[in-house]
Ligand binder design. Structure first.
Ligand code: ZN
Length: 266
């Protein structure tokens, strides 16, 4: 048996090889329902991670920490990628991380997404959530990983850079598989509300010599009320935007010809 020390210093004993999600279930079904990832001796791990030694374990939820939110948002980014793949089958995928507030995914598509495209993508994301697609993790050796991603040049480039012998992990949900270190939720239905916020061009690897990709920013929450509150705060922040206030107060303005430098007004 292993000794697992929890955040409140209590210790529970579990069998070697117990998954983090099963430790959560042992603590309470309620916790297991909202758990998004774990942290073993300070390292963020997937809920599927199997404990092999005595350890300290923190179980994160969306509401408990940024790590908890980011696992939730990263899964949401895969939901967005799957939705885009269904609507634009020729899409090439770049990367799709969680950020401080929400997540984005960079796509190589023929032309920038229109508002209509984004509305369709959001609808498709909601469908994928309703379908509650199971998310499975698997690993491959480099050669097979490259073969699996043969139609995805950006993923191939990322795989090529991984050191020889390193575990190359993938997450698969239905018809969509992504090269990914995780962690991820167990199924798409764990995400409750999702909203596309904006889109912009973004160079692959942030380098202007590379191809311009299309980035979509979005956010998701376990409760509809949390999304409403977030959107309200965004509106409030817009009202206080320095670019808007500077002009209104006749302090400075920013001209489209030089978005990087403000002009002081008389
Ligand atoms: Zn990922």
């Amino acid at each position: 048996m292993l000794k697992v020390t929890l955040k409140d210093d209590s210790v529970i004993e579990v069998k070697k090889g117990t998954k983090i999600i099963d430790v959560a279930k042992k603590i309470s079904e309620g916790l297991a329902r909202v758990a998004t990832c774990g942290e073993v001796n300070g390292e963020v791990k997937d809920l599927r991670f199997e404990l092999e030694d005595d350890c300290n374990l923190v179980i994160h939820t969306f509401d408990s920490s940024l790590e908890g939110k980011q696992a939730y948002w990263h899964t949401s980014s895969h939901i967005m990628a799957q939705a885009v793949k269904r609507l634009f089958p020729d899409v090439k995928f770049a990367i799709g991380p969680a950020i401080k507030e929400g997540f984005y995914y960079d796509f190589d598509v023929e032309k920038p997404f229109t508002d209509e495209d984004k509305a369709k993508i959001e609808e498709e994301m909601k469908k994928i959530i309703k379908e509650d697609v199971k998310i499975k993790k698997f690993s491959l050796p480099k050669k097979e990983a490259l073969e699996l991603m043969k139609d995805q040049p950006y993923k191939q480039e990322l795989i090529e850079e991984l050191p020889e012998g390193e575990e190359i992990s993938f997450y698969k949900q239905g018809d969509f598989t992504d090269l990914c270190a995780g962690p991820h939720l167990e199924s798409t239905g764990k995400v409750k509300t999702i909203k596309i916020l904006s889109s912009s061009g973004a160079y692959w690897r942030g380098d202007e010599k590379n191809k311009m990709l299309q980035r979509i920013y979005a956010i998701s929450f376990p409760k509809a009320s949390q999304l409403e509150e977030y959107l309200h705060l965004l509106e409030e922040a817009k009202k206080r935007d320095h670019k808007k206030l500077g002009k209104e107060l006749e302090l400075f303005m920013i001209a489209p010809e030089g978005p990087g430098f403000p002009f002081f007004l008389p």
